[in-house]
Design a protein around this ligand. Structure first.
Ligand code: AMP
Length: 145
C-alpha cells in the first residue's frame, strides 16, 4: 500500500463521519470531528479528523484546508489540557502503513501524558470501557472553545 493509494470511502473514520459507525464525540463543526480513541494509549487519547475531504494522510490534504483543520486540532488539544490537566501532550500523525498508520483518513492523535505514566503501544492498548470514555469526553467537550 503506497502513500498515495486511492482514498477508500469505507475506511473506519469515513464510516464514523457518515454516522455509519458510532464514536464518542468531543467536538464537531463543518471542518473537523474529534472523538475518543477506543484503544487509548493514555487516558484522554483523542483523535481529530478533517471533514469533507478525501485525504488519506497529511501529504494528501489540500493546503487551503490545512489552516482551518489545524486550528481545530489546536483547540481540541487546548480543551484536553483544560479538562484533564496532563503534565504534557503528545501530538502524533502517521503517514502510510510503514510509518505506523492503520486507518487511512488523515487524523491527529492528541495523547495526554502524565509524569510516571506508561504509554501503551500505538493501536495496541485494549478497548476502553465506553462509559469511562464518555465521562472523559464530557469533560473535554465542556472545555472546547
Ligand atoms: P493510526 O494507526 O495512526 O492510523 O491511528 C488509528 C487510531 O484509530 C488508533 O489509535 C486506533 O486505536 C484508533 N481507532 C481504530 N478504530 C477506532 C474506532 N472505531 N473509534 C475510535 N478510534 C479507533
Amino acid at each position: 500500500m503506497t502513500l498515495h493509494a486511492p482514498y477508500d470511502p469505507d475506511n473506519i473514520f469515513a464510516k464514523i463521519l457518515r454516522g455509519d459507525m458510532p464514536s464518542v464525540k468531543v467536538y464537531e463543526d463543518d471542518v473537523a470531528l474529534a472523538f475518543m480513541d477506543v484503544f487509548p494509549q493514555t487516558e484522554g487519547h483523542t483523535l481529530v479528523i478533517p471533514k469533507d475531504v478525501e485525504a488519506r494522510n497529511f501529504l494528501d490534504m489540500p493546503t487551503a484546508k490545512l489552516g482551518p483543520f489545524m486550528d481545530r486540532v489546536q483547540r481540541v488539544a487546548q480543551a484536553v489540557e483544560a479538562a484533564l490537566s496532563p503534565d504534557g501532550i503528545v501530538l502524533t500523525q502517521f503517514n502510510g502503513a510503514p510509518a505506523g498508520q492503520t486507518v487511512f483518513h488523515l487524523h491527529f492523535h492528541i495523547i495526554p501524558r502524565r509524569e510516571g505514566e506508561i504509554l501503551k503501544g500505538h493501536a495496541q492498548g485494549g478497548m476502553a470501557d465506553l462509559d469511562k470514555l464518555e465521562q472523559i469526553a464530557k469533560k473535554i467537550r465542556a472545555q472546547v472553545s
